[in-house]
Design a protein around this ligand. Structure first.
Ligand code: ADP
Length: 655
C-alpha cells in the first residue's frame, strides 16, 4: 500500500484527499505557493513544502517544482486533484519516470482524451453516439467554413486541445461564421498552443449528464451510476446531483454502457467521468475527464463509497473492491459549490479575508471545505470555497435539505453565492427538472432574489449594534450608550446603507429597555421580547416575532434572516467609523471601493467637514470629509483607483 502521498493541489480537494489518506494511515504532504502559506490544506497535512510564488504557472503548474517537493518530502505517490496538472499527460509521465506512483490513469489514457477531435472520432468509431459535426484533419479556415455550412446552424466551435469551456464559440447566424472561426483559431493557438478546431451541432437547451466510471490495472471496469450537472453558469457547473433525474430507464442503461465503452476503448485505469449532452430523448458523447471530479461527492453519497480510497488502492495494484452487481445506489444527493463571487455584481470574484465562514453542521449534510473563518482567499486561483452536499431518500428532500443547509452557511467579509444557490434549489424549474445547461444564462435575473429591505432588518441591526456597543463600553459608565437614564425617553438613531438605500432607524429606550423603533418614513413600531446575544438578535416588532443571526465587522453589520442575507453599512457619526474620522491626520476606509472623485489637492487648506474624496462602495457613494481643520499632506489614491479595505486615503496635518 502507498505509505506517503503528496497532493499537487490546494483548497478543498487537497483537504478532502488528506482526509481519506489520514484514515488509511498514509502520511500526507501538502504543497503551497506563497499566496497559500497560511492555507487550510497546508495546516491539515503532516508536512508542507513551498513550491513557488503565487502565480500558478510558477507553483501549482510547475512540474519540476512538484517533483522536487516529492523528492525532499520522500513522498511515494502524487495525487493531482482536479484542475492544474490533473489532466496533463506529461505530468503523469514525469511522476512515473521519477519513481512516483501517479494517482490517476496512465499517461496514454490522458493523451487519448487530450484532443477533442481524435477522441470524438475514436468514440464514434466505437459506436458511442456523438453529435453531427466536423472532426477532420483538414483545418484551413476556408475548409472549416464549407464544413460549417454543410453542417448547418446553430453550431459550436471548440478548440480541439481546449478545456474548461475556454475559447468555445457559438454561431447562430451565417454572417458570424467567418469571424467566429478566425477568433476561435486565434484563441486556440494562444491559449492551448494548438489551433485545431472541432465543429459540432449546437444544442440550444440540453442537459449535462455524466457517468462515474472506475477501472483497475487488471482489466476490470465498472460504473458508479450517473450524475446531472445541468445547473451551470457560462459552462461552469454550480449544482450537481446523483442520480440524474428524469432519464428513462432504457436511456440510463444505454448511457452507463456507453461510458464503459469509452473507458475500455482507451484502456482506462482509476476514477474517470464520461460526459454527455442529453436533448431529452438521445444522449451524445462530449468528453471524458480523466481525473477525480469536483462533484464526485454526490456519487459517494449515494453509493456509500470513498472514491479517493479506491483510487489509492487501484494505484497500489489492488483489484476493484466490488463487482458491478455489488454496487448499490440509494437515495439522492445534491451538491452546491459555494464560491467567492458576488451574484449581485455580475458574479465578480471576491477575494480577501473571511471575517466569518461558518459551514452547516446538519445530519446527512457533508461539507468539503478549503476555507474557514479567518482565512484569506487569494485572488490568484479559482473561487471555490467549499462544497455542501445533502443526501436524502428522494430528490425533493435532498434539495430542501441542501437549501436549508445553505441558509445556515454564514459568510462575512467577502461576497459569496450560497443564498443564490439556495434560491435555485427551491425554484420550481429545478424541482420539476425543467432546467437545462442554458437556464442561468437565459434567466439569471429570476434568481436575483428580492431587492427590498424589510423593515425588521434595520431594526434588528440597530438592536444588535446597540447591544454590541453597550457590551463594549461597559467598563466605563460614562461611555454606556444604552440610554439608561431613569424615567427618561432617549432616542438613538442609526443610519445604514443597505442594497443601495439609506435607512435610518430611531430606537427609543425607556429605563434602558428599547420600546419603539421608527424606521425612516414609517410609523413607530412597538418593540417587545427583545433578546440580544453575541450572535443572535430577536424581537417582537409590532405584532411579528423575528429572529436573526448577526455579525459585526468594523462598520458593517451582516444580518441573516431566514434564507436572506443582508449587509448593512453603518454610517453613524457617533461611531466615527465610516465618516473616516478614525485617526487624526490619517483617513482610512473601512470598506473596499473605488475613488469617484478627489475634491482637494496636496497643500490645500481644509476646514472640519470639508469634502475630501468620494468613494463608491456597495453601489453607493460615500463622502469622506475632513475630521478637523488642517493642510492636505498626501493623497494616496486617484480618481478611478480601487481602494482595499483599511487603506489610508489621505493625510492631513492638523492646524
Ligand atoms: P471543455 O473541455 O472546454 O469543458 P466541453 O466540450 O466539455 O468543453 O464543453 C463544455 C460545455 O459547453 C458543456 O458542459 C456544455 O455546457 C457546452 N457544450 C459543449 N458542446 C455543446 C453542444 N454541442 N451544444 C450545446 N452546448 C455544448
Amino acid at each position: 500500500m502507498i505509505r506517503s502521498l503528496l497532493v499537487a493541489n490546494r483548497g478543498e480537494i487537497a483537504c478532502r484527499i488528506f482526509r481519506t489518506a489520514r484514515r488509511m494511515n498514509v502520511r500526507t504532504v501538502a504543497v503551497y505557493s506563497d499566496a497559500d502559506a497560511g492555507a487550510r490544506h497546508v495546516q491539515e497535512a503532516d508536512e508542507a513544502v513551498r513550491i513557488g510564488p503565487a502565480a500558478a504557472r510558477e507553483s501549482y503548474l510547475d512540474i519540476e517544482a512538484l517533483l522536487a517537493a516529492a523528492r525532499t518530502s520522500g513522498a511515494a505517490a502524487v495525487h493531482p486533484g482536479y484542475g492544474f496538472l490533473a489532466e496533463n499527460a506529461d505530468f503523469a509521465e514525469a511522476c512515473t519516470q521519477a519513481g512516483l506512483t501517479f494517482i490517476g490513469p496512465p499517461a496514454a489514457a490522458i493523451r487519448a482524451m487530450g484532443s477533442k477531435i481524435l477522441a470524438k472520432r475514436r468514440m464514434a468509431a466505437a459506436g458511442v453516439p456523438v453529435l453531427p459535426g466536423y472532426a477532420g484533419e483538414q483545418q484551413d479556415l476556408a475548409h472549416l467554413e464549407r464544413e460549417a455550412r454543410t453542417l448547418g446552424l446553430p453550431l459550436i466551435i471548440k478548440p480541439a486541445a481546449g478545456g474548461g469551456g475556454k475559447g468555445m464559440q457559438i454561431v447562430r447566424a451565417d454572417g458570424e461564421l467567418p469571424g467566429a472561426l478566425a477568433a476561435a483559431r486565434r484563441l486556440a493557438e494562444s491559449a492551448f498552443g494548438d489551433g485545431a478546431l472541432l465543429l459540432e451541432r449546437y444544442l440550444p437547451a440540453p442537459r449535462h449528464l455524466e457517468v462515474q466510471v472506475f477501472a483497475d490495472q487488471h482489466g476490470h471496469f465498472l460504473h458508479l451510476g450517473d450524475r446531472d450537472c445541468s445547473i451551470q453558469r457560462r459552462h461552469q457547473k454550480l449544482i450537481e446531483e446523483a442520480p440524474a433525474p428524469a432519464v428513462p430507464a432504457e436511456v440510463r442503461a444505454r448511457l452507463r454502457a456507453a461510458a464503459l465503452v469509452v473507458a475500455r476503448e482507451i484502456g482506462y485505469v482509476s476514477a474517470g467521468t464520461v460526459e454527455f449532452l442529453f436533448d431529452g430523448s438521445e444522449f451524445y458523447f462530449m468528453e471524458m475527464n480523466t481525473r477525480l471530479q469536483v462533484e464526485h461527492t454526490v456519487t459517494e453519497a449515494v453509493t456509500g463509497l470513498d472514491l479517493v480510497e479506491w483510487q489509492l488502492r487501484v494505484a497500489a495494484g489492488e483489484t476493484l473492491p466490488l463487482t458491478q452487481d455489488q454496487v448499490r445506489l440509494s437515495g439522492h444527493a445534491i451538491e452546491a459549490r459555494v464560491c467567492a463571487e458576488d451574484p449581485a455584481r455580475g458574479f465578480l470574484p471576491s477575494a480577501g479575508r473571511l471575517a466569518l465562514l461558518e459551514w452547516p453542521r446538519l445530519d446527512s449534510v457533508r461539507v468539503d471545505a478549503g476555507f474557514g473563518s479567518g482565512d484569506t482567499v487569494p485572488d490568484n486561483y479559482d473561487s471555490l470555497l467549499g462544497k455542501v452536499i445533502a443526501w436524502a431518500g428522494t430528490r425533493a428532500e435532498a434539495a430542501a435539505r441542501l437549501a436549508s443547509a445553505l441558509d445556515v452557511t454564514y459568510c462575512a467579509g467577502i461576497a459569496t453565492n450560497e443564498r443564490w444557490l439556495a434560491r435555485i434549489l427551491r425554484a420550481p424549474v429545478f424541482l420539476e427538472v425543467r432546467h437545462d445547461i442554458a437556464l442561468l444564462d437565459r434567466s439569471l435575473a429570476e434568481f436575483a432574489g428580492p431587492d427590498t429591505v424589510p423593515v425588521q432588518v434595520p431594526v434588528l441591526a440597530a438592536l444588535a449594534l446597540h447591544q454590541a456597543s453597550a457590551a463594549g463600553a461597559r467598563s466605563s459608565p460614562w461611555e454606556l450608550a444604552d440610554g439608561f437614564t431613569p424615567n427618561l425617553i432617549l432616542p438613538i438613531a442609526y443610519s445604514f446603507a443597505c442594497r443601495a438605500r439609506r435607512i435610518t432607524v430611531e430606537l427609543e429606550y425607556r429605563n434602558g429597555q428599547p420600546v419603539t423603533a421608527t424606521p425612516s418614513g414609517a410609523q413607530p413600531e412597538a418593540l417587545a421580547e427583545v433578546q440580544t446575544g453575541e450572535q443572535t438578535v430577536a424581537a417582537r416588532i409590532g405584532s411579528q416575532r423575528h429572529r436573526a443571526r448577526y455579525f459585526i465587522a468594523a462598520a458593517r453589520i451582516y444580518l441573516w434572516l431566514g434564507a436572506a442575507a443582508y449587509e448593512l453599512l453603518l454610517d453613524d457619526p457617533r461611531t466615527h467609523e465610516f465618516s473616516a474620522t478614525a485617526a487624526v491626520g490619517g483617513l482610512t476606509t473601512p470598506l473596499p471601493g473605488m475613488v469617484v472623485s478627489v475634491a482637494v489637492g496636496v497643500g490645500a487648506r481644509v476646514s472640519a467637514g470639508d469634502v475630501l474624496m468620494v468613494i463608491e462602495a456597495m453601489k453607493m457613494e460615500h463622502t469622506i470629509t475632513a475630521p478637523h481643520a488642517g493642510t492636505v499632506k498626501a493623497i494616496h489614491f486617484a480618481r478611478g483607483q480601487r481602494v482595499p479595505e483599511g487603506s489610508e486615503l489621505l493625510e492631513i496635518t492638523p492646524e
